[in-house]
Design a protein around this ligand. Structure first.
Ligand SMILES: NC(=O)c1ccc[n+]([C@@H]2O[C@H](COP(=O)([O-])OP(=O)(O)OC[C@H]3O[C@@H](n4cnc5c(N)ncnc54)[C@H](OP(=O)(O)O)[C@@H]3O)[C@@H](O)[C@H]2O)c1
Length: 287
């Protein structure tokens, strides 16, 4: 039976991936942060779903989960690891508390490496295991390639994840382990609700207060018309099962305007467009 570890299955893309893989006959080990945090997944998916409890920042808990999966695999390789757990804390970089900014690096980037290191032996780095080498999918973002204002920490974490994934593709080749990156544009998941946090009021009255509020509203509106998580579950399934997967799959609504064109424009021109769109032009000398 094919087996997968999926991080962050309590909601959104991770949950949809767990459901898709179980429907395809896989056994899924899905991570949540607290016991019972799988919000009914265990009941819904039955015996082919096993919850794991860990925060990707907690090395000991991640190692214990790898031990649990190792026991269940009984000497076979793990077919897939989907690094999906992530969070977004937006804010103006001039004022955003360093801890909020850094949390995104700790979870989205360092957390991914921590999980990869713990599960590598199961994916085939341990020669004593039988079976084909496993495959790794890293869930990045369009923010892994382009950076909007107020998203600096999230984009830095995802740009870092892109670099980590590039290195994984070459370094893990010695084990036959393939790494594939998924770059979603906006997806309708609870991550959008989490952007509305009480402490965001901390920017009110600053130079960025009104601009950041306008940015959040535009971002959240884009999220409402976004892809559904199930469409990314299908894409991730394709990345896990295609004979020759691409190294990267990007899926963005309005692909030409929101993805192709910005990647072709000179940086200064793109800056000008973003400054205008988000009302960030220099106000100091306006009479
Ligand atoms: N939604 C989008 O528009 C979008 C676009 C591009 C990329 N992505 C990426 O897609 C991935 C999934 O996000 P989503 O949109 O599905 O959001 P989501 O519904 O909020 O799911 C995020 C998952 O990650 C878990 N998580 C957060 N911090 C964690 C930690 N420290 N340790 C372990 N698990 C943790 C969450 O658990 P809790 O429930 O315990 O918080 C949740 O299960 C993320 O990597 C995100 O960056 C999303």
């Amino acid at each position: 039976m094919r087996t997968a570890v999926v991080t962050g299955v309590s909601s959104g893309i991770g949950r949809a991936v767990a459901e898709q893989l179980v429907a395809e006959g896989w056994h899924v080990f899905g991570s949540v942060r607290k016991p019972g945090g799988d919000e009914g997944l265990s009941a819904g998916l039955g015996g082919r779903f096993t919850p794991l409890v860990f925060d990707v920042r907690d090395a000991e808990a991640v190692a214990a989960a790898a031990g649990q999966v190792s026991q269940a695999l009984d000497g076979r390789t793990l077919t897939a690891l989907v690094n999906n757990a992530g969070l977004a804390n937006f804010g103006p970089l001039a004022l955003q508390p360093i801890a909020d900014w850094q949390a995104q690096i700790d979870v989205n980037l360092v957390g991914t490496l921590r999980v990869v290191q713990a599960f590598l032996p199961l994916l085939g780095a341990d020669p004593a295991r039988s079976g084909q080498p496993g495959r790794i999918v890293n869930v990045s973002s369009v923010s892994g390639s382009m950076t909007l204002p107020f998203v600096s920490g999230y984009a830095a974490s995802k740009h870092g994840l892109e670099a980590l994934s590039d290195a994984m593709r070459s370094e893990l080749a010695i084990y036959g382990i393939k790494t594939i990156v998924i770059q979603p544009g906006p997806v309708q998941t609870p991550i959008w609700r989490k952007v509305h946090r009480p402490e965001d009021g901390l920017y009110a009255g600053s130079d960025y207060g009104a601009l950041f509020e306008a940015f959040k509203s535009a971002f959240i509106a884009a999220g409402r018309n976004a892809h559904v998580p199930e469409s990314f579950a299908k894409l991730i399934y394709k990345a896990l099962t295609a004979r020759n997967p691409k190294s990267r799959y990007a899926r963005v609504r309005g692909r030409f305007l929101n993805w192709t064109l910005p990647s072709l424009l000179p940086a200064r021109l793109l800056d000008r467009l973003l400054i205008e769109k988000f009302g960030l032009s220099d106000q100091r000398y306006v009479a």
